[in-house]
Ligand binder design. Structure first.
Ligand SMILES: [Zn+2]
Length: 158
């Protein structure tokens, strides 16, 4: 038995620490956004995830790289490892369930998450023969949208 397997079986905090370390290289990819995250920003930690809302991050979220995927609108929020960035606190609140699903996916897949996400999106686009399926039919996005729908149902009165 290797050291990681022994630690993983030891306790939940050890398992959580291993997952955080496993996803840390992805989380560190958020560092270049730090200058944008300092201007009129709100920072908070929820469930071990750093959430940052700043109007300057809107520039990143509405950049051509995201407009291509969404057909022009860009995103209100995005997840980079255990860092969620949003254009404002309202967008962050609306997207929280969706983005925290991506955080859990990243903790599960670790450093492989970006590659798995891209591969799943490319496969979805290839199957549907349209680029918008990269995002719409990506299984990681479908899981996040299902979590949103479940949370919305829980919040509805009977
Ligand atoms: Zn998503």
């Amino acid at each position: 038995m290797n050291v990681f397997a022994a630690l993983a079986r030891r306790s939940l905090p050890a398992r959580r620490t291993l997952r955080i370390l496993w996803a840390a290289p992805v989380s560190l990819c958020a560092l270049p956004l730090l200058p944008l995250a300092l201007w009129r920003a709100q920072w908070r930690v929820i469930d071990g995830t750093l959430e940052i809302a700043s109007p300057a991050l809107g520039w990143f979220l509405h950049g051509p790289w995201f407009r291509l995927l969404t057909g022009g609108s860009g995103f209100a929020a995005a997840t980079i490892g255990q860092v969620i960035v949003a254009r404002d606190s309202h967008a962050l609140a609306e997207c929280r369930v969706h983005e925290h699903t991506h955080v859990r996916q990243c903790l599960r897949w670790g450093v492989l998450f970006p590659l798995a996400y891209i591969a799943a999106g490319l496969y979805a686009a290839w199957r549907a023969r349209r680029i918008s399926a990269y995002y719409e039919d990506n299984p990681f996005e479908r899981e996040a949208r299902a979590a949103e729908a479940a949370a919305a149902c829980i919040g509805q009165p009977f």
